[in-house]
Design a protein around this ligand. Structure first.
Ligand SMILES: Cc1ncc(COP(=O)(O)O)c(C=O)c1O
Length: 399
């Protein structure tokens, strides 16, 4: 095990030669890519609702068990066009503890995000927290299935019904994850997935909106492009959010591999949990037994009083070892532009969000992270936290 003096921040050699990032890529076999791309070149049909995109829409709808899947360029555009397709105006209750796209997509869609705190255990919205934010201006609730954990769908559905609100979900983390044994995708009015290169289903970029609502699906498909053949509803505005054939080729190949990747992620996640189990002040977020998670995210909570170091100090030391663990999310969406500079959000108090923004870090996981890599990261974390007192003193001296 590396000793304290050997840590890169104190002059030693970095543990990893190459950067080890949090989201490691899930790539299809080269032979599959080659065959799919040969087909695209032979057909000379590269974009504009080609056969692979149509195939993906059908395959993804089947995968999640919904009527409609509408592929788009990326998850952000999916959220933006969903915000438009709802044909509402006013406020949408949304967590601030999320990727910036969640709330900013609402703003792009002409809606006003109202930030809500999250539950300290699930890191998600709860119906109780949301209820306190409902006013006469509220038109919708947007939950985020953070880390692939379903965001209180049953309670939020009842709440939305009671107040006649639309309910949508950012499911960008939730590919292959379940709620009550059924794959996430058919909850609320619609859900939005991301097929970004770091996600367990990699379309390089890409995303998909899923819904059981025929009218909403027609609006989404119309808003998604300017193509005359794709006009299924009367909509006030359209945009180019089409997925290309190249993206669809990656995503289709990746779809078949999701169960295999999830299983491998789970093994690495279990390895992290058992190797880091006894470290004071560090706990790994656990997922509901009886549900499927994609284990894309290994989320560590660093409690500074018990750990003897802050999350940021741990991150600083790991980065110098070329372990690019991420502070997800930091800061919360409410403390980022444009909301940070908007008087309407001045004085907003979201204590749990602010605490999580200071304490959570993501550890590397994904297809190209080996068992040995996890071992070496765990060794590093153990060295840092068992020598926390000394690490902190030396960091303070260096500052
Ligand atoms: C919670 C969440 N929402 C939205 C997005 C945006 O997705 P995309 O990168 O496909 O635009 C992401 C991306 O990581 C995300 O994590």
């Amino acid at each position: 095990m590396k000793r304290l003096n050997d840590l890169a921040i104190f002059g030693g050699r970095p543990e990893f030669h190459e950067p080890l990032h949090v989201g490691q890529l899930y790539l299809p076999e080269w032979s599959g890519i080659e065959a799919a791309f040969r087909g695209i070149f032979e057909r000379q049909w590269y974009t504009n609702h080609g056969p692979l995109v149509r195939q993906l829409d059908i395959a993804f709808a089947k995968f999640v068990g919904v009527k409609h899947a509408v592929s788009v360029t990326n998850g952000t555009l999916g959220l933006m066009i969903l915000a438009r397709a709802l044909e509402i105006q006013g406020e949408v209750i949304v967590p601030a503890f999320t990727f910036p796209a969640t709330a900013q997509a609402l703003a792009w869609g002409g809606l006003t995000p109202v930030f809500c705190d999250v539950d300290s255990k699930t890191h998600n919205l709860s119906a109780e927290l949301v209820r306190r934010k409902i006013t006469s201006r509220t038109r919708a609730i947007m939950g985020v299935h953070l880390w692939g954990r379903a965001c209180a769908p049953d309670d939020l559905t009842s709440l939305a019904k009671a107040f006649s609100l639309r309910l949508i979900f950012d499911a960008c983390h939730a590919i292959g994850c379940t709620h009550q044994g059924r794959r996430i995708g058919g909850l609320g009015d619609a859900e939005v997935f991301s097929f970004h290169a770091t996600k367990v289903l990699n379309g390089t970029e890409g995303g998909c909106i899923t819904t059981n609502d025929d009218i909403l699906a027609a609006r989404l498909r119309t808003i998604r492009s300017f193509h005359p053949s794709e006009e299924f509803a009367v909509v006030p505005l359209r945009i180019n959010a089409k997925m290309s054939e190249a993206q669809a080729a990656f995503a289709l190949l990746g779809l078949a591999d999701v169960p295999r990747h999830v299983e491998a992620n789970r093994r690495r996640y279990d390895q992290y949990c058992s190797r880091l189990a006894d470290l004071p002040g560090l706990s790994i977020t656990s997922y509901a037994t009886g549900e499927t998670n994609n284990f894309q995210y290994v989320v560590a909570d660093i409690a500074p009083a018990q750990a003897g170091l802050t999350r940021d100090q741990v991150v600083e030391v790991l980065h110098r070892e070329n372990v690019f663990c991420r502070r997800h999310f930091h800061p919360g969406a409410h403390r980022m532009p444009p909301f940070r500079n908007d008087d309407r959000y001045a004085g907003l108090s979201l204590p749990v969000t602010d605490l999580l923004c200071q304490r959570l870090l993501l550890l590397p996981n994904g297809a190209t992270v080996s068992v040995e890599d996890v071992d070496r990261v765990c060794h590093l974390v153990t060295t840092i936290l068992t020598g926390a007192e000394s690490v902190r003193r030396r960091l303070e001296q260096q500052a």
